[in-house]
Design a binder for this molecule. Structure first.
Ligand code: 6PG
Length: 233
């Protein structure tokens, strides 16, 4: 149920009362998309968000029933850290969710960022090419309007699907990110934004600034889930 009229260019918006409500809505949206994809095509290809916002939803979905054997799990970006570093998005997703459900290990595709940004991007490119279009892409948004590891003011090689990233303003500096083209090639794009720290970037997006998150959202059937505290004044 929407509690506030708030709109963003290139996306539909649902404003929910708090972070728990947002997490519950994310879980429900993912499970519905999975049921639809498995019924229609026999598999569900999801691309996960990194960062802290989705973790509440990841922990909740770990306790739900799904046809996990049909799931194929990809990541929208990864930090260039050792394979078992808890700061890696893939490690956080496994700890919060994927280690608790029977998705076949060969169907979880971590970005091999321990090889370095260029080698990892080259290795992940064909995997993404073979997965597109994703059934659902889940993204967060940073306080500067970045999404995945696509940061404002950075050149984006638009023909590639997976990009090496260096000097990222959000540590660690070296990362790997799916490109706007890869992230937008999906049947559903769900962007999850909570907390008052995101309000300023949401205001810039609302006012038409060409932020990375806005560019990705504009290219896909995008839905933004917010909690009330993230709303700009
Ligand atoms: C990362 C994420 C990044 C994240 C946003 C929001 O590697 O950090 O891919 O894009 O989604 O920065 O992060 P929070 O959810 O922690 O605010």
């Amino acid at each position: 149920m929407n509690v506030e009229p708030f709109s963003l260019p290139g996306a539909t918006v649902r404003v929910l009362p708090d972070q728990d409500a947002v997490a519950a809505a994310v879980v429900q949206r993912i499970l519905v998309a999975a049921d639809e994809a498995v019924a229609a095509r026999g598999c569900f290809r999801i691309c996960l968000a990194g960062g802290g916002t989705p973790l509440k939803a990841y922990r909740q979905i770990a306790g739900r029933a799904a046809d996990w054997s049909r799931w194929q799990v990809y990541h929208g970006d990864e930090r260039c850290l050792p394979p078992d570093d808890p700061e890696r998005n893939s490690v956080a997703a496994r700890q919060a969710w994927l280690s608790a459900v029977p998705v076949p290990p060969g169907q979880i595709f971590d970005i091999p960022s321990e090889r370095g940004a260029e080698a990892a991007a080259d290795a992940y490119e064909p995997l993404v090419a073979g997965a597109l279009p994703f059934d659902l892409v889940l993204l967060g948004m940073g306080e500067d309007g970045h999404t995945a590891s696509l940061f404002p003011g950075r050149p984006i090689a638009s023909e590639r699907l997976v990009l090496p990233v260096h000097d990222a303003p959000k540590p660690p500096p070296d990362r790997v990110s799916l490109s706007p083209r890869a992230l937008s090639e999906c049947r559903a794009l769900l962007i999850v934004v909570t907390g008052k720290a995101k309000a300023e970037a949401l205001g810039r997006w609302r006012d038409g600034e060409a932020l990375p998150v806005a560019r990705v959202a504009a290219g896909a059937p995008s839905e933004v889930l917010l909690d009330r505290s993230a709303l700009p004044g």
